[in-house]
Design a protein around this ligand. Structure first.
Ligand SMILES: Cc1ncc(COP(=O)(O)O)c(C=O)c1O
Length: 282
């Protein structure tokens, strides 16, 4: 068996991971619409929110974030980076986030407009049709390589998986859900395809929900063991929320002979999510 790793954990804008591929297209749209500010949302340690804030500064736009949870003292990980680039941060409870984040973002956008700003709203994870184009295009980068049997990625808001599926690589695409169940993400892929007026392939992709664990952001001791093993044998940094779970799921299934001979792990980044989790490292 051969395991290859697509190193999107090393992409630009402060190691943005998979997010920069979506943001490239979303920021182009924001600029084309004359925006001077971008608003997005996520958990307190959201990689997407941090990547958006850093990229916004690089592109001369002001970042505004709606984050789920209370700000700890001291701050660390992604939140520290959000503060470093001086993003305007709004926080809300997990309940308000779950029930009304779109309304809360619309409210923040309305306030900004009243203050004379021109905000552009990016949905959670950058996972809409425009964002997914980044991953449809990313599939072209595999053309130069001998074909893989399986391409693996974590699935958090669905945009990465949708793009990889709609890019129609010559390989089975297997997404490992890290929070919601498989039907939720199938619907997400269908919605993104619909937005782009593209047909979803009827086969050649699947979603595994077995390795989600207890909840979003909570990694089991087995996942932590895999994270430590990848770091100690390959110097490969995985995180407890996304890539650790997906990599662990992939290894388990690959060892059972379920993923074929040539496997590509699409490393989507997220290493800043390791910080503040020292007590869990085996
Ligand atoms: C490091 C990392 N990997 C994977 C994902 C999942 O990608 P997507 O949201 O496109 O499903 C995310 C964000 O959700 C992430 O931050």
């Amino acid at each position: 068996m051969q395991l290859w790793v697509k190193r999107d954990d090393l992409t630009g804008f402060g190691l943005s991971g998979n997010k920069v591929r979506k943001l490239e297209w979303l920021f182009a749209d924001a600029r084309a619409r004359g925006a001077d500010t971008v608003i997005t949302c996520g958990g307190l340690q959201s990689n997407h929110a941090r990547a958006t804030a850093v990229a916004a500064r690089r592109c001369g736009l002001d970042p505004v974030l709606l984050l789920r949870g209370d700000t700890p003292d001291p701050v660390d990980g992604n939140l520290l980076l959000d503060q470093l680039v001086d993003a305007q941060i709004h926080t809300c409870s997990a309940e308000d986030y779950a029930s009304s984040r779109a309304e809360l973002m619309a409210g923040i956008a309305a306030d900004l407009r009243s203050a004379g700003r021109r905000p552009y709203v990016i949905p959670e994870g950058g996972s809409n049709g425009i964002g997914a184009i980044g991953f449809i295009r990313a599939v072209e980068e595999l053309d130069a390589l001998p074909p893989f049997d399986t391409i693996v990625c974590p699935v958090g808001s669905g945009g990465t998986l949708a793009g990889l599926v709609l890019g129609r690589p010559q390989a089975h695409v297997r997404g490992y859900a890290v929070c919601d169940d498989a039907p939720t993400f199938v619907s997400k892929v269908l919605a993104i395809a619909d937005e782009l007026k593209l047909e979803v392939p009827s086969s050649g992709w699947s979603i595994c929900e077995t390795f989600r664990g207890e909840a979003y952001g909570i990694a089991s001791p087995a996942v932590w063991k895999t994270i430590a093993e990848a770091a100690r044998t390959e110097g490969l940094l995985l995180d407890p929320t996304y890539t650790g779970k997906a990599f662990h799921g992939m290894l388990t299934e690959a060892r059972a002979g379920l993923l074929g001979e040539r496997i590509l792990f699409w490393h989507t980044g997220g290493a800043f999510g390791l910080f503040g989790r020292g007590a869990e490292v085996p």
